[in-house]
Design a protein around this ligand. Structure first.
Ligand SMILES: *Cc1c(COP(=O)(O)O)cnc(C)c1O
Length: 398
């Protein structure tokens, strides 16, 4: 193993007394990000004012950082750009993909997909009319449901609830054989495990940066368009920064070169500064090492909890190769159990109706923490200490 995970951990601010197993939902603060954002605010925004767009390179950040993320997801140079939120990027990718298969009308997805992806597809279908439809089947039935009616196969590689992982290479090949195009959501893949977009011949992909990539709350999403499609994909959200020449201020829209056409409006400069600081940590990380350590941590947690907490039902695949970088358990009182855990400093999260979710992030999570978390969870379950009124009170964000 060439990656030094002790060194990567030292680059994060981790609050005292907390074991953080929720980096799959919001990554922690990279130490360098606070200073980087402060510098962008004071030295760039403060001193340069509008000159920062050129002098500080603000305008190029979405593409430059896109390339650094590209390395983590197996994307060709120049094929990834940042901006907007993931829901917006799902819409853009899906709209462009549908236009590339004009004779078909069906978007195929699975019932385990993140609701926002399905909501965005539903909204797009309603806007398009003309017989467009979203078809969902159980995750296990996806392969069999790919037929010649499908225009676009839209899947999230790793299920946000269970951590079950689709076989991207196999499903992409099946989609192509049936004449369909793929949109992969990498929300729980980017920074969680090796992804090989180019090797899989994926068509479009999207993902967020505030989960495993640690860009902070509200960090921008990314979009990938395979270079073979980039000159042909028509952006549905035709904003000025996706124009071939934004500062020509033409009356008519002409899409920009390559993936740049997927930009919409003004980039989030402060969030990009935080992301840049975070990506510097990733520069020293080998994704195969990351995967190996992620599976070690996940396996230790999974087997420890199964042995110590018979009332918790494993919701994730038992085989590491079939999981992303999280482990989930079911319990009818999952919400209260998670609140009790958080009160003891072990932060995971809860997903309705009954899922306790734990993310494993080798950049800053150690085996000692995983063992300690198992011990605390075991004690909460054995004593029933979760069954106190304050742990049943629901907050807006779970
Ligand atoms: C986290 C997540 C989102 C969130 O979308 P935002 O627009 O960034 O809020 C969307 N889809 C998937 C699959 C996710 O995991």
């Amino acid at each position: 193993m060439t990656t030094d995970f002790t060194a990567t951990r030292a680059q994060f601010h981790l609050p005292e007394g907390v074991i953080y197993l929720d980096g799959n939902s919001l990554g922690p603060l990279p130490r360098a990000a606070a200073a980087r954002v402060a510098r962008t605010v004071t030295a760039e925004w403060g001193e340069m004012l509008i000159r920062g767009w050129n002098a500080a390179g603000w305008m190029d950040q979405p593409r430059r950082l896109g390339d650094r993320i590209g390395r983590l997801i197996g994307a060709e140079p120049g094929s990834v750009v940042l901006g907007d939120t993931l829901s917006i990027k799902v819409y853009q990718a899906l709209a462009s993909a549908l236009e590339m298969v004009p004779e078909r009308r069906v978007i195929l997805s699975d019932t385990g997909n993140f609701p926002s992806d399905l909501y965005m597809a539903d909204g797009l279908v309603r806007t398009l009319g003309q017989g467009y439809a979203l078809r969902t089947v159980a995750p296990e039935e996806i392969a069999a449901a790919i037929d010649e009616s499908v225009a676009v196969l839209m899947l999230t590689e790793v299920d946000y609830r269970t951590g079950r992982k689709h076989d991207m290479a196999d499903l992409t090949a099946r989609a192509h054989a049936a004449g369909a195009i793929t949109v992969w959501d990498l929300a729980h893949s980017a920074g969680a495990l090796p992804v090989d977009l180019a090797g899989c011949r994926a068509d479009f992909a999207v993902g967020c940066t505030y989960k495993y990539l640690n860009s902070g709350p509200g960090g921008p999403a990314f979009i990938y368009v395979a270079p073979r499609h980039a000159a042909r994909a028509r952006p549905a959200l035709s904003g000025w920064l996706g124009h071939e020449a934004p500062f020509a201020f033409d009356m008519d829209y002409r899409p920009g070169a390559g993936v740049e056409r997927m930009r919409v409006g003004t980039p989030p400069v402060l969030q990009l500064a935080a992301l840049e600081a975070s990506l510097e940590i990733w520069d020293g990380v080998d994704m195969a090492d990351l995967r190996a350590r992620s599976l070690e941590l996940s396996e230790a947690f999974l087997s420890g909890v199964e042995a110590a907490c018979p009332d918790l039902l494993l919701a994730s695949p038992r085989a590491g190769a079939e999981r992303g970088s999280q482990v989930s358990f079911r319990h009818p009182q999952g919400y209260a159990i998670m609140q009790a855990l958080i009160a003891e400093g072990v932060i995971g999260d809860f997903r309705a109706p009954d899922i306790l979710r734990f993310g494993f992030t080798p950049l800053y999570t150690t085996m000692e923490e995983v063992r300690a978390a198992v011990g605390i969870l075991a004690r909460i379950m054995a004593t029933g200490s979760w069954d106190r009124p304050e742990f049943h009170r629901r907050a807006a964000v779970t």
